[in-house]
Each structure stands twice: as C-alpha cells, then as structure tokens.
Write a protein that binds this ligand. Structure first.
Ligand SMILES: *Cc1c(COP(=O)(O)O)cnc(C)c1O
Length: 466
C-alpha cells in the first residue's frame, strides 16, 4: 500500500472508531456539552502550525479536543430548535458522498449521483403529494431553499406583468411581498436577499396561522405584482396556515404563492394529518428540509417549484465551459449555487431504508411523541401547555415567566433533556420540538419525569423540594 492510501485508511479508521463511540454514547450521555466555545478554544492550538501532521493523528487531535464541546443533538431527548436525528443508511450514504467527492452541480459529468438525486427528488414530490413534474433543487437548508423559491416567484410575478426580470430590471415595478404575522426569520432574510424586502405582515391568529381576511384586504389594496409566503409548521405552535382559503384568495389576485414548510411539509406524507395540509399542493413553490423531519445528517434543504421552466429560467447558470444537455436542466439550474456535494444522496438512502410506510410512521411517531409529551406535562402541577398541539411542537410555561426561565435552565444543565427557551405570545416558554425518529415512549416518559423533577426543584406548583 502506498503512503497516500495508508493515510486514507488510518484516518478513516480513526474517524470510524470515533463516530461509533459518539453514536453509542449519544442516547445516555448528558445532552449539554461540558465546555463552551472558549473552553474548546483553550484546547486547540491557536497559532497556525508551520509543519503538517499525519492524517490519523489529525483526526485523533480533532476528536479529542472536540469531545467535551459536543452537544448530543442526536439524543432522543434533544428537543432544541428543530434538529432531527440521523438514520443509519443516511449517515453511511453521506460518508460515501464525501469519499466519492462528486461535484453534483452539473448532471452529465456525475451520472451516478445525478441519477440517485433524480430518483430521490421524484420520491419526495410523490410522498409530499406535490405536482409530479415539479422542479426539485437540493440546497443547504430551508433558508436557501426559501431564497431559491422566492427568486423564482419574484421573476415570475414580473414576467406575468410583461417585464423581463433581467433586461427590464430598471423599469420593473417593485414586487410586493406579503406573509402572515408569524413568518420564520429565514423567510424574512431570503426576501431581503431576493430584493423583495422584509414581508409585510398581514396578521395571524393566536397559533400563528395567517389571517386570510387580512391577506385578502392587503391584496385588494394594490395591484402590484405580489409574492405571498405561507407556512406549514410554526416553530412555536406547529400550526399550519389554512392553505385552501389562503391560496384561493392569493390565486384570485394573481400572486405567486410560496410555502415555507421546513419541518411541517412532511405532514403531507401522513394520511392521518391530511387536515393540516389540505390545499397545500395548489401553491407555486415549497421549501423544506431533509435534515429536520427526514432525519438525514446536516445539511440538506429542498426547493420545489411547480413550474420547472420558471425555476430554471431564474436560477439557471450558463457558461461555455459548463457541460449542459439542452433538453434537461442541471442540478445547478434549480438552486442558488453552482458547485455542491451530492446532498440528495442521503435523502435517497433515508427514503430507501424507510419506504413510504416508514416515512408515514416516522411523521406519525413524531406527532404521537409530541402529543404524549403535552399530556404528560399537563399532569405536572403549576405547568401548562400554551399551544394547540397539532404537529410536533409543544410550548410549556409556568404561571410566572421567571419560573419558566428557571425550568429551562434547570433542564439544560441537568442534562437528561435539552429544550430551548423562547418567548411566545408575550410569555416565556420552554419549547419542545420533536424531530428525532428515536424519540419513543421511553424518551417521553423520561422527559416528563425530568420536567416534573425540575418543576419540583424550582418550587413550581408548590414549595421547592430541597
Ligand atoms: C428551520 C426553519 C427554517 C430554516 O431552515 P434551515 O434549514 O435552518 O435553513 C425555515 N423555516 C422554518 C419554519 C424552520 O423551522
């Protein structure tokens, strides 16, 4: 074996060993890291070394320095942000993606990964009940998927008024951008990058669902070209907009209709959750994440546009040196980037290992766990669940904000459970987002137990237990 190959083998063996040690420990180790960023910085050599090191030694050094700063985000009792775990097949496929190192931006030079991604894209569209010939782009996350979709929507709204979005950019009217009041921060950012500005809020109900009457009034106030952003899955309540009514109103006004469904779009895979997603497929574009609900490793978002030609017209890149087949679009024609890893391959692996039934069970299982968490929390004196638990999100609060904040701190430092603190409807909340396939009945039981112990320790619902 030559030295180069020996280095690969030893480095990968070391990585394999550390990866398995991590995965074997993740369910039972304290979820919080032992050290903060400064603590890890103190363990790292900070000056750029003059001389290099052996590959396996580098891996050992990295693993050892990092170990105390790793958060057990893959724990079945990790509920922070909306993260999701990782399925074995998806993780292993992701390793192969790195080893193969195929730049999957253009189709023709990387036939294997391009084909696997095309199959994954078709499966996704079918599972989510979206129009079969939609264009699908694999992006880094829902933020960039939202961006891709909003750029397509902006251009299409201009084209519908007879403007060429490139040639007429100086004379073109401003495209109006409307959203509900509970729009995700990434949609605001994407709108700003797309030149739409931050969306005008048309109002939302207590759970964060867009106010359809408010949307109708806003649309009626001007006949400017318009992009409307709807939401499948509010980060606090899990609520879904009323797509049937909102889309009817926006369609009548000639608007482009986008749906941010970073974690919630997956409800469309479950027949049991049809009531949440009714009408959703009538929008023009959808953004979602595979790294959240589908439990593939970071990172993978998905941009889906009903009119593939509109997608490639806005996002397509052209250069003499880029091989292209005239009759088919390339992966780089469907996202806001050119070179990229084959991040659709782990999506294929997750879907292949689950099958349709497995995806339905995954989504239903997350909802069942969230429902069971809420039921368990309601049995703890002094605590209440503030949201209607329709999907995977549970917002927990004590009567006093200070007690809720203390409960969040207690849980995160005790280590059995990790949930983020937030504020919602003017109250401090501890926010549980169920997004790991491994969150089972036992994880729920241990979570409710930890919350009850924390509440007792703080004195919520009675005197503190010393
Ligand atoms: C997470 C999230 C996003 C952003 O997704 P990233 O993958 O973090 O880029 C957008 N919208 C909603 C509702 C989200 O939960």
């Amino acid at each position: 074996m030559d030295d180069g190959m020996r280095q690969y083998r030893q480095a990968l063996d070391a990585a394999h060993r550390h990866a398995l040690e991590w995965l074997e420990s993740v369910a039972e180790r304290p979820i919080r890291p032992e050290l903060d960023v400064d603590g890890i910085l103190a363990r790292l050599e900070r000056t750029l070394p003059e001389d290099g090191a052996d590959a396996a030694a580098v891996v050992e050094e990295l693993a050892e320095a990092s170990a105390p700063g790793l958060m057990a985000m893959g724990s079945p009792r990790f509920y922070g942000f909306v993260i999701g775990g990782t399925y074995p097949a998806a993780l292993a496929a992701d390793w192969l993606v790195s080893a193969w190192d195929q730049n999957t931006g253009s189709r023709q030079p990387t036939p294997a990964t391009a084909a696997v991604e095309e199959v994954a894209a078709a499966w996704l569209v079918e599972l989510l009940g979206l129009p079969p010939r939609s264009g699908v782009g694999f992006a880094t996350g829902a933020t960039s998927a939202n961006l891709s979709c909003l750029v397509v929507g902006r251009d299409a709204a201009l084209r519908a008024r007879g403007f060429d979005p490139v040639a007429d950019v100086a004379q073109a009217p401003r495209v109006r951008f409307l959203a509900g009041g509970a729009v995700h921060t990434s949609v605001v950012l994407a709108g700003r990058i797309a030149g739409l500005g931050a969306p005008t809020a048309v109002g939302a109900d207590a759970e964060g669902r867009i106010d359809v009457a408010g949307l109708e009034r806003a649309l009626g106030a001007s006949d400017a070209p318009t992009v409307v952003a709807l939401q499948a899955g509010d980060v606090h309540s899990g609520a879904f907009d009323d797509f049937t009514s909102a889309i009817a109103v926006a369609r009548a006004a000639g608007a482009w209709i986008h749906v941010d469904g970073a974690f919630g779009l997956w409800a469309a895979a479950s027949p049991r959750l049809d009531h949440l997603t009714a009408g959703l497929a009538d929008a023009d574009s959808w953004a979602t994440d595979a790294h959240k609900t589908l439990n593939v490793p970071y990172d993978c978002g998905v941009a889906i546009v009903r009119d593939e030609a509109a997608m490639t017209a806005s996002l397509g890149a052209h250069a003499a040196y880029l091989p292209a087949v005239a009759s088919v679009s390339d992966p780089y024609d469907r996202v806001a980037e050119l070179s990229r890893r084959a991040r659709g391959v782990p999506v294929w692996a997750a879907l292949r290992s689950l099958g349709r039934r497995g995806v339905v069970d995954l989504v239903d299982g997350l909802v069942d766990a969230a429902t069971a968490l809420a039921a368990g929390f309601r049995t703890v004196p002094g605590l209440e669940v503030l949201n209607e638990v329709v999907f995977t999100q549970v917002c927990l609060a004590a009567e006093e904000d200070a007690d809720t904040a203390a409960l969040g701190e207690w849980l995160r430092s005790e280590g059995t459970v990790w949930a983020s603190s937030s504020s919602w409807r003017g109250r401090t909340v501890v926010r549980f987002a169920v997004s790991n396939h491994a969150t089972d009945a036992e994880a729920v039981r241990r979570t409710v137990d930890a919350v009850a112990r924390g509440a007792a320790a703080i004195g919520i619902g009675g005197r503190p237990v010393s």
